[in-house]
Design a protein around this ligand. Structure first.
Ligand SMILES: [Zn+2]
Length: 126
């Protein structure tokens, strides 16, 4: 299983993700569209480790307060989050991975703005 290495912009927060992504998810919900993040689908992540800078992270919660959206408190870059559907899992911002060519993967658009109507799809992807 490939291991990809990621970091925030200033490099204080570093992490690794084991996955073989077949697509990336782009969501139109209020926070994902503001972050402009592309995600490795949760189901395709088999391993995740924060390797540096865990103490430099700040977590942001809203609405149901279930998901936790982490960002570096120095550079402000969103690196990964705990998804609402299962906060024991991780969702990773593929734009922060230095050794994944995101242009090589198709983008799957997720209608998170209408979350309740598309809950079944979201269960698969976020
Ligand atoms: Zn940073």
């Amino acid at each position: 299983m490939p291991t990809y290495h990621g970091s925030c912009h200033c490099g204080r927060v570093r992490f690794e993700v084991e996955a073989r992504p077949t697509a990336l998810s782009e969501c139109n919900c209020s926070i994902c569209s503001a972050k402009a993040a592309l995600y490795i689908p949760v189901k395709e992540i088999v391993g995740f480790r924060i390797t540096a800078g865990e103490s430099e992270l700040t977590g942001y919660r809203f609405n149901t307060m279930t998901a936790v959206h982490y960002f570096c408190r120095h550079c402000g870059i969103h690196t990964f989050h705990r998804p609402r559907r299962d906060p024991s899992l991780w969702s990773v911002n593929a734009r922060c991975l230095e050794d994944l060519d995101i242009s090589s993967l198709p983008i799957r658009r997720i209608d998170g703005r209408n979350r309740e109507a598309t809950a079944k799809i979201l269960d698969l992807d976020k």
